[in-house]
Design a protein around this ligand. Structure first.
Ligand SMILES: Cc1cc2nc3c(=O)[nH]c(=O)nc-3n(C[C@H](O)[C@H](O)[C@H](O)COP(=O)(O)OP(=O)(O)OC[C@H]3O[C@@H](n4cnc5c(N)ncnc54)[C@H](O)[C@@H]3O)c2cc1C
Length: 388
């Protein structure tokens, strides 16, 4: 088999790249380890930046998002029971949209199927060959049979635990990492959200986030230890841990109900650089991870794909490799700013230590954010997403 661009992974990065390339006449084959149903069942991101919205439109898959997504002009931050609002619209003229990653994935999968572009699900033992040469190849097995795919380029879009990054010789890759000593315990429930906007909560008992997927479906998170056992968290215990962290209004509006999904996510900051090795280009979580505070992961995957798709389009249409040569530097410049913002939000809103000096500094950061228009503008600019 042969294709122009072999894409490893059918998450948002791989599917979006495939869609943008296909619309520009470039052949791709996506190899995905899981089944399509498994990929669709993963509940993850929910907040997308204006630039990601525009990119999904460009990929021709924005119609349902425009119809069903919830536009948010601002965000709320609650500090020890007192709520403050930051208006994106007033400070930047922009907004974000709440539209679940599962919905984006479904739209992209349907777009790809309608275009007749191939995705091979349940592809096992994926391995990359000759990535530093002119004729890279990808081998994999399907239903017990071995296959090989020849290509011009490989896009490693296979997430943090994927195989692509591990194929780069260790001397050619530098990893920067911070692991946080806490995680997020999250539940999804078919109950109305406590607020029309997201509420980030900084509380003595720990961080919480009140988020949503629709006017009837809520997503809540609370800070938890890394060693928590999900089985020890029946729904009632979750609601009882969330309730005291909220302000009076949110507490009164909180409607509890059975969870339809419950999971624990560890928090990590990670960047591997450069994001290119020979004919292999890393994009999305394969190259970098942010803690979910600030909602940047999916959005960064999208901005990588914006740079990479344009570079590949220029390669085939203009015979120019300038975009491919600049890809890693351009993507990393944006990645590091999102890493900084996600790290700052994580360190400011979580209970990070018992040290009263550090706690006072957190409160001073937040007080400054609420009182200074300059500080609020910096926050809003980063939250809605920096331009490409
Ligand atoms: C709890 C939680 C909340 C989040 N909230 C937000 C948010 O609000 N906003 C936001 O922007 N981001 C958020 N994120 C982050 C976001 O979900 C990720 O950044 C995003 O999924 C990255 O997309 P990706 O395509 O790069 O990687 P992935 O979504 O991880 O996709 C990679 C794909 O590659 C496949 N794969 C892996 N290994 C192989 C292999 N060897 N061979 C073939 N296929 C392989 C995987 O099965 C997967 O389908 C959140 C994440 C979590 C966990």
């Amino acid at each position: 088999m042969r294709t122009q661009v072999a894409i490893i992974g059918a998450g948002p990065a791989g599917l979006l790249l495939g869609q943008l390339l296909h619309r520009n006449g470039i052949d791709t084959i996506i190899l995905e380890r899981q089944t399509a149903d498994y990929v669709l069942g993963r509940v993850r991101a929910g907040v997308i930046e204006q630039v990601t919205i525009d990119l999904l439109d460009r990929a021709g898959v924005g119609a349902r998002m425009r119809a069903e997504g919830l536009v948010h002009d601002g965000v709320q931050i609650c500090v020890n029971g007192v709520r403050h609002r930051i208006s994106f619209k007033d400070l930047t003229g922009k907004a974000v949209m709440v539209y679940g990653q599962t919905e984006i994935t479904r739209d992209l999968m349907e777009g790809r199927a309608a275009a007749g572009a191939p995705t091979i699900y349940s592809a096992h033992d994926v391995a990359l060959h000759d990535i530093s040469g002119r004729k890279p190849r990808v081998s994999y097995s399907l239903d017990g049979q071995s296959h090989e795919l020849e290509c011009d380029f490989i896009a490693g879009c296979d997430g943090f635990h994927g195989v692509s990054r591990t194929m780069v010789p260790t001397h050619a890759l530098t990893a920067h990492e911070r692991i946080y000593p806490f995680g997020w315990l999250g539940i999804l429930s078919d109950t109305p959200p406590v607020s029309e906007e997201l509420i980030y909560v900084r509380h003595e008992q720990g961080f919480a986030l009140c988020s949503m997927r629709s006017p009837t479906r809520s997503r809540y998170y609370i800070q938890c230890g890394l060693d928590e056992d999900i089985a020890a968290w029946p729904d009632d215990r979750f609601w009882e841990a969330l309730r005291p962290r909220l302000d009076d209004e949110a507490r009164n509006r909180l409607v509890t109900g059975p969870s339809i999904e419950k999971s624990i996510a560890p928090l990590r900051s990670f960047v591997a650089e450069p994001m290119r090795f020979g004919r292999l280009f890393l994009a999305g979580d394969a190259a970098h991870i942010v803690p979910p505070t600030g909602a940047k992961g999916l959005n960064l995957a999208a901005s990588d794909v914006a740079y990479l798709s344009q570079a590949l389009i220029d390669h085939y249409a203009e015979k120019s490799d300038a975009g491919l040569d600049a890809y890693s530097d351009r993507a990393l410049a944006r990645v590091w700013k999102a890493e900084r913002f996600s790290w700052w939000m994580t360190m400011t809103l979580h209970r990070i230590s018992e040290n009263s000096f550090e706690q006072k500094l957190q409160l001073a950061e937040l007080d400054y954010l609420f009182r200074s228009q300059a500080a609020a503008t910096v926050f809003a600019e980063n939250y809605v997403g920096l331009p490409y």
